[in-house]
Design a protein around this ligand. Structure first.
Ligand code: XMP
Length: 503
């Protein structure tokens, strides 16, 4: 395994992710972890992350000096490279100007760049630079503005990169990391199955002596977590709230998938409660508040009736962790609501085994745990459900229209092999009626908007250019199969300026 020492870079988890992609397990420890504690992990190499501090600041976080005299192979990235340079007698100074963005290596050599030819695009983000390498060290890469962009020690054991190989804007960064792992003699035999085994031991160890309560939404994160708890043999109760704002057949699909795999599933049927609470409400934020509040009440009731529970398990993913940490002072665009977002006052201890993982990694675990493909590859669905896809008042009749139209759209995407091409797709029911003609009759029908976007993480998104012929077919099928709908439109707005959901 490899230890990644974290000095506060926003990319530390990406380093871990790249290592996992390269078949290496790693553990992230705070940058100042004592050497004895690092050594106890028996790492084959150590990576020093970047970070916002300056090594010239006497209070800047430093690794334990024992690390540098241990002889273990080390790769320092950005701040990590500057730490290495300074610790071995080199010079670090403030750069003339802060460098941020794409740069090109005009020169590179040595085993770290083995197999890479020509100019290499890299991502820089720093305000300090190494101005003199330690004595005997080689400068192995340079850009136009940064003459010391990579360094290697005389014995070839220690390396520093001024740029970030872990981000996608350094397209060949993974090969550079791969070269480092090769030079360090790191074994690359980590697989998703190993990841699953260690997650199972982790939850087993954590959840000893207490029952676990888990909210299941039907999305891939919470359903995979339910399967993980079941596979680990942990005493759990997975609660699925049928609030009546679900898609067609959603509840049956979740029940059918989880029960046979040993999940102790408890379905709370509470349609009327949510519909009554939403009666007459048209304001989007108000809808979200009401649904969040009712959810918590339902959970409190379950905990009181079927408890006690010591732990609350949540399918929080790494991007959720970054977003919430980075959210200070950010404008509240939407009050996102999750089944996971239960208040701390409920007195549970949190269990979040996926907090270091990305969605595609959870999908891989889901496959190993036997989650059916329909659920595993399902598009994200917002916590407040169809309530935020019905503009205006939410009524049973309007829910029914939306559910049927949405099912037609999704089915058509799947038939054409387009479902997995887009990040998310759904129908929205608009609060207007429109005139049409059916046979020789005037009709005054509902209007449905189709929304389909491509995205990496939902933070930004582009509207998906679905083929016109396909859109035509979907409009025909919806108006035929859901006669209450008289008009279908396609949303061609990206995020920003729009958001993915309409409310
Ligand atoms: P927006 O509409 O903000 O959505 O562009 C970004 C992604 O988040 C989903 N979404 C939610 N997910 N609770 C959730 O768990 C919510 O309250 C919520 N609101 C939006 C949305 O479906 C999209 O994938």
């Amino acid at each position: 395994m490899v230890v990644v020492l974290d000095f506060g870079s926003q990319y530390t988890l990406l380093i871990a992710r790249r290592l996992r992609e390269l078949g290496v397990w790693c553990e992230i420890l705070p940058g100042t972890t004592p050497w004895e504690k690092i050594k106890a992990r028996k790492p084959q190499a150590v990576i020093l992350s970047g970070g916002p501090a300056s090594v010239r600041d006497p209070n800047a976080p430093q690794p334990d000096p024992g690390l540098f005299s241990s002889g273990i192979p080390i790769l320092g990235i950005c701040y990590g490279m500057q730490l290495l340079a300074r610790s071995f007698g080199g010079q670090v100074s403030r750069s003339v100007q802060r460098e941020y963005g794409k740069a090109v290596l005009i020169r590179h050599e040595g085993p770290l760049f083995q197999g890479l030819e020509g100019e290499i695009q890299v991502w820089m983000s720093h305000s300090d630079v190494v101005t003199e390498p330690p004595r005997g060290w080689q400068v192995v890469a340079a850009t136009d503005t940064c003459p010391i962009a990579a360094i290697s020690s005389p014995d070839g054991c220690l390396h520093g990169l001024q740029f970030h190989p872990e981000v996608v804007h350094t397209p060949q960064g993974k090969s550079i990391l791969e070269n480092f792992l090769y030079l360090a003699g790191v074994r690359r035999d980590w697989t998703p199955r190993h990841a699953l085994e260690s997650l199972i031991s982790e939850v087993r160890a954590r959840a000893q002596g207490g029952r676990v309560l888990l909210g299941v939404s039907g999305g891939v994160d919470s359903t995979t977590l339910a399967l993980l708890l079941a596979r680990a043999g942990v005493d759990h109760l997975a609660v699925f709230v049928d609030h009546g704002l679900l898609r067609l057949g959603e509840r049956e699909e979740v029940e059918g998938a989880l029960r046979p795999l040993g999940v102790n599933l408890h379905v709370v049927e509470t349609k009327q409660r949510f519909l009554s609470a939403l009666r007459g409400v048209v304001d989007p934020e108000e809808k979200r508040r009401i649904i969040g509040r009712e959810f918590i009440r339902v959970f409190e009731e379950v905990a009181r009736k079927l408890g006690p529970f010591k732990y609350l398990a949540q399918g929080t993913l790494y991007p959720d962790v970054i977003e919430s940490a980075g959210g200070h002072g950010a404008a509240n665009i939407k009050s996102h609501h999750n089944v996971g977002g239960l208040p701390k006052e409920l007195g549970f201890e949190l269990l979040e085994p996926f907090r270091y993982l990305f969605k595609d990694e959870v999908r891989r675990l889901a496959r190993l745990l036997g989650l059916p493909e329909g659920l595993r590859l399902r598009h994200p669905f917002p916590g407040p459900g169809l309530a935020v896809r019905i503009l205006g008042e939410v009524t049973e009749e309007r829910l029914e229209i939306l559910r049927r139209a949405d099912a037609v759209f999704i089915q058509a995407l799947k038939e054409r092999g387009l479902y997995e091409e887009v990040w998310q797709a759904f129908c929205v029911l608009l609060p207007v009626r429109s005139v049409g003609v059916a046979g020789d009759e005037r009709v005054y029908g509902h209007v449905v908007a189709l929304r389909a976007v491509t995205s990496v993480d939902g933070m930004t998104a582009d509207w998906a250019p679905l083929p016109h012929g396909f859109l035509d077919e979907v409009a025909r099928r919806i108006t035929r199969q859901v006669p209450e709908v008289g008009r279908v439109v396609y949303d061609i707005t990206s995020k920003p300026p729009a958001t993915i959901e309409w409310e």
